[in-house]
Design a protein around this ligand. Structure first.
Ligand SMILES: *[C@@H]1O[C@H](CO)[C@@H](O)[C@H](O)[C@H]1NC(C)=O
Ligand SMILES: *[C@@H]1O[C@H](CO)[C@@H](O)[C@H](O)[C@H]1NC(C)=O
Ligand SMILES: *[C@@H]1O[C@H](CO)[C@@H](O)[C@H](O)[C@H]1NC(C)=O
Ligand SMILES: *[C@@H]1O[C@H](CO)[C@@H](O)[C@H](O)[C@H]1NC(C)=O
Ligand SMILES: *[C@@H]1O[C@H](CO)[C@@H](O)[C@H](O)[C@H]1NC(C)=O
Length: 347
């Protein structure tokens, strides 16, 4: 810091240097020099004092300095979404120390395309989305949840998705039944206080989602791919093997189950209505990749083409994917879910 001041001073002198013109200017320069020297000496004294005080305080001062310094680069606190300059405990952000970071969470339900969506996001060089991190242990109570969130947003949570120093958006994916619906008040408070943006990702066709859930549960036992269970695949051959299994749907509770899933989404949107959020549907992204531009805009990211190697497991008409198609048809006819039987989409 001391060196900086001297350099700065030298430069200034060079600029002002024109003492021949009047002795008044020369006097002013000498006066200025004396003043700066005084300040410099004060600074040295101060610094010696601080270094003798506790290390923690010094660290705090530096964090504030950094934040102020970064903000001076034209980034304002009231920007939406709020920007952050995390100071990770585990590494240094190096040349990206002043790159602003945005916080997000993908809120979704199992088998709604969030795995695929997350691989798309993570193909962006400046995004770290850390997967489904809320194990039973981490969602045990509100304080374990908050601790985990703090760690993620301070960039100290390490997964294969971590991009570390040049991350511009950091988050993870959170299934609604993994603590979100149990502690909505505290989580919404945290999101609003720290400026976490929510990306809701739902599936329009909840019947297709149900087929995927049933097939995935079945495979967790049957392990169709050479004795291993896979929820997501990267080859069409593997996808075909997994799609061979046609689940039987319990028709007597089908409408009830669809209603439950629908209620959960509605309640979640109600809880987070004050939070900055975007609502996406899996089918829309599949049909219209421009939706991914919306997402990047939402996170204020520089635009990139996003890619994923994941292959869809259940493609083609729904009637071919359900063992008791007739029973399912009968159960849904005349209900508000009837259209789930008919809407199909191309891939
Ligand atoms: C939350 O769970 C952790 C870990 O199991 C435990 O140590 C802590 O005391 C619990 N806190 C509260 C407030 O229940
Ligand atoms: C994205 O990452 C690159 C390379 O790591 C870095 O140079 C760039 O500044 C980052 N962009 C943002 C917006 O942080
Ligand atoms: C399963 O085994 C077959 C034949 O040995 C092989 O071709 C295939 O790649 C394997 N699949 C997986 C998912 O490991
Ligand atoms: C369908 O669900 C109901 C209610 O849970 C249950 O009583 C019934 O045994 C189930 N039927 C089948 C065929 O699994
Ligand atoms: C695709 O998505 C973009 C961005 O949300 C939207 O403006 C556009 O109308 C959509 N196109 C179609 C064909 O739906």
């Amino acid at each position: 810091m001391a060196e900086d001041i001297i350099c700065f001073l030298n430069k200034d002198e060079l600029v002002i240097k024109a003492p021949k013109k009047s002795p008044m200017v020369l006097r002013m320069v000498v006066l200025l020099f004396a003043m700066v020297c005084g300040v410099y000496i004060c600074l040295i004294c101060l610094r010696q004092q601080t270094s003798s005080s506790s290390k923690i305080r010094l660290l705090n001062v530096r964090v504030n300095d950094e934040e102020q310094h970064c903000r001076a680069n034209g980034i304002e606190k009231w920007e939406t979404p709020p920007v952050h300059f995390p100071k990770p405990k585990t590494f240094s952000r190096e040349e990206c120390v002043c790159n602003p970071v945005r916080f997000f969470a993908i809120l979704s339900m199992q088998r709604s395309g969030s795995g695929w969506f997350e691989t798309l996001l993570n193909s962006h060089m400046n995004v770290s989305s850390n997967g489904e991190i809320f194990s039973k242990e981490r969602r045990r109570n509100v304080s374990t949840i908050i601790n985990t969130l703090d760690k993620v947003y301070n960039l100290d949570f390490f997964t294969s998705a971590s991009k570390n120093e040049c991350t511009a958006a950091v988050g993870f994916k959170w299934m609604l039944n993994q603590g979100v619906m149990q502690h909505p008040k505290e989580i919404v408070e945290y999101f609003d206080e720290r400026g976490v943006s929510a990306i809701f990702l739902f599936r329009r066709n909840l019947l297709r989602r149900m087929i995927s859930v049933l097939a995935n549960v079945y495979d967790s036992q049957a392990k169709l791919l050479n004795g291993t269970h896979k929820s997501h695949v990267h080859s069409s051959k593997d996808a075909q093997i997994l799609a061979k299994y046609k689940p039987k749907v319990n028709a007597s509770i089908l409408v009830h189950n669809l209603k439950q899933a629908e209620k959960t989404t509605t309640r979640a949107l109600e809880y987070f209505k004050s939070t900055r959020h975007i609502v996406l549907y899996y089918e829309d992204i599949v049909n219209n990749r421009t939706k991914l531009v919306d997402v990047q805009d939402f996170l204020r990211l520089p635009y990139r083409e996003l890619t994923s190697r994941q292959v869809k497991i259940h493609s083609g008409p729904l009637s071919k994917q359900i063992d008791n198609w007739g029973g399912v048809q009968k159960a849904l006819e005349g209900t508000s879910y009837e259209h789930f039987l008919h809407v199909d989409y191309q891939l």
